[in-house]
Design a protein around this ligand. Structure first.
Ligand code: AMP
Ligand code: MG
Length: 501
């Protein structure tokens, strides 16, 4: 048995999922790791969660966050789920290397606290149940960056090394230190969780899960005339908002399988994710996504595909008459592109400093993106440079566009559109300032992330912490972070990510 130290600080855990959803999990026990050591503790998040960061930041905390010494009232379980992976249905996946410690009742609300990489479970199949330092720090870094960008995401509370050394394939095959990530999520219920019993035709279990999900995440749906139809609508809305958020910062999730699609609408499971440098809708980083199924520009379509899998499952709950249920589901899915467009256009307008919707907006943003694609313009910097243009310096942004006359014509149209809303020169400065609060200067660029992770593998965490500092304050220019704003030199070549093993 893992040791439960009575001296460990108390965690205000509840276990509603374990109590209310038998059949959706299996008991789990962490491996006994030789030597847990902190890589990073998220003290700000710990405080937000009402945890005593000072007491956690030592050997005792490392023992907790490796799984060696779960807090006294933890109840470690591995969650069961199914899922469509790259379109193919897998009837049983589940947490093969993760375990939920409990639901923390915190000032932020109810939050799952889960360990990833903590050892084998009933769902490990051939896997070792472990994670290694590279992917663990990558998920930590990217989730904190997304959070700082205002995008719903699971978060990293802690990362520890385990004292083990594990062989992994990938860009740099070889031995890597084993590591465990402590993840905080609104919940770990996925579209794949619904698919688990739906595939077996067990509508009673699906209903239990749907009722639990409504109570936990979308309580307003309960009061609707058709709560299950309202649940589908709520998930659609959360996914539309989430994916629009990704698109607005050039984020490519990389593996939008239904088992990685959070019902609460958080970014979940950062395997081969990456931020794009040069704008192109077909941008793909994952080594296993040869067809570009989860390419940048395909993400809204894939979100709808995942939603369709959920809709099929909810049919028997939505109406006893099948035709009626299908009509409801069909209407929701048909509305998804517009639902997404509302969020995307709001985000795109904000990126251009516009506050009011106008019938010409889609064309205005569309022309810019098409030109950026032709020029392989850097997605992040172009929008920062547009704000500079409003401040009077058009040189950097104009330099990105070879067809300067066409681009100048667009600049004139854009500024005319801004003038419609505002008018004065002084307003231009205010608009530029506002644009800088939505267009980041620092995103976790792939070459920087790789360099930070490579250094961390050899025990040097300085590059990781420097990059983390910049990407968690992504809107504020600082001289010492100037290099983090730069794209990779052309000599770096195409970048490939490998699944989170
Ligand atoms: P992921 O790619 O992290 O979303 O994982 C997909 C599935 O593979 C999940 O069921 C994981 O639990 C499982 N899995 C991934 N890596 C391992 C591992 N090292 N050991 C056991 N299961 C794993
Ligand atoms: Mg996953």
């Amino acid at each position: 048995m893992p040791q439960s130290s009575s001296a460990a600080p108390p965690f205000a855990f509840e276990h509603s999922l374990a109590q209310e959803l038998p059949g959706f999990y299996a008991p789990a026990q962490a491996a006994n790791f030789p030597k847990p050591r902190f890589l990073v503790l998220n003290t700000a998040l710990a405080q937000d969660l009402g945890l005593d960061a000072a007491r956690l930041n030592g050997a005792q905390g490392a023992a907790i966050f490796s799984g060696n010494a779960p807090p006294v009232n933890a109840r470690p379980i591995a969650l069961a789920y199914a899922g469509h992976q790259f379109g193919n249905f897998v009837p049983l996946l589940g947490d093969g290397r993760a375990m939920l410690l409990g639901e923390l009742i915190s000032p932020l609300g109810r939050r799952d606290l889960a360990l990833k990489g903590s050892g084998r479970t009933s769902f490990s199949r051939g896997g070792d149940g472990r994670a290694v330092i590279g992917p663990v720090l990558r998920e930590y870094l990217v989730s904190e960056a997304l959070h700082a960008l205002g995008i719903p995401t699971t978060r990293g509370l802690a990362a520890v090394t385990t004292g083990e050394s594990l062989w992994r394939p990938g860009a740099y095959p070889g031995e890597q230190p084993g590591a465990v990530l402590t993840r905080v999520a609104q919940s770990h219920i996925r579209v794949g969780t619904f698919e688990l019993y739906a595939a077996r035709g067990d509508t009673a279990q699906v209903k239990r899960l749907a009722d639990y999900t409504i109570a936990r995440h979308y309580p307003a749906a309960r009061a609707q005339p058709n709560p299950y139809s309202a649940l589908l609508t709520a998930v659609a809305e959360a996914q539309a908002k989430l994916v629009a958020g990704w698109m607005a910062v050039g984020f490519v999730h990389g593996v939008m399988n239904t088992d990685n699609t959070s019902i609460a609408g958080e970014t979940l499971d950062f395997g081969p994710c990456a931020f794009m440098d040069a704008y192109h809708p077909k941008t793909v980083f994952s080594s296993i996504d040869a067809q570009g199924r989860y390419a940048y520009g395909n993400q809204p379509v894939m979100a709808r595909w995942n939603l369709a899998r959920l809709a099929e499952i909810l049919l028997p709950l939505m109406a006893s008459n099948e035709a009626e249920a299908r009509a409801l589901a069909h209407a929701e899915l048909a509305a998804f592109p517009d639902r997404y467009a509302v969020h995307w256009q709001a985000a795109a307008r904000a990126k251009l400093g516009l506050q009011r919707a106008d019938s010409g907006d889609a064309e205005l943003i569309g022309w810019l993106l098409a030109a950026m694609q032709t020029e392989a313009a850097d997605f992040t910097l172009t929008f920062r440079e547009l704000a500079m243009a409003l401040r009077g310096d058009t040189t950097p942004v104009r330099a990105r566009f070879n067809y300067a006359a066409d681009f100048d014509a667009w600049l004139t149209r854009w500024q005319a559109r801004l003038a419609q809303e505002h008018g004065t020169d002084q307003a231009q400065l205010a608009i530029a300032a506002r644009m800088d609060t939505v267009n980041p200067l620092y995103v976790p660029r792939n070459h920087r992330v790789e360099a930070a992770l490579e250094a961390a593998k050899t025990g040097n965490l300085s590059p990781f912490h420097a990059l983390l500092a910049a990407v968690t304050q992504p809107f504020t220019a600082r001289t010492e972070w100037a290099a983090f704003a730069e794209p990779a030199p052309p000599s770096a070549g195409a970048f490939t990510t490998f699944c989170g093993t």
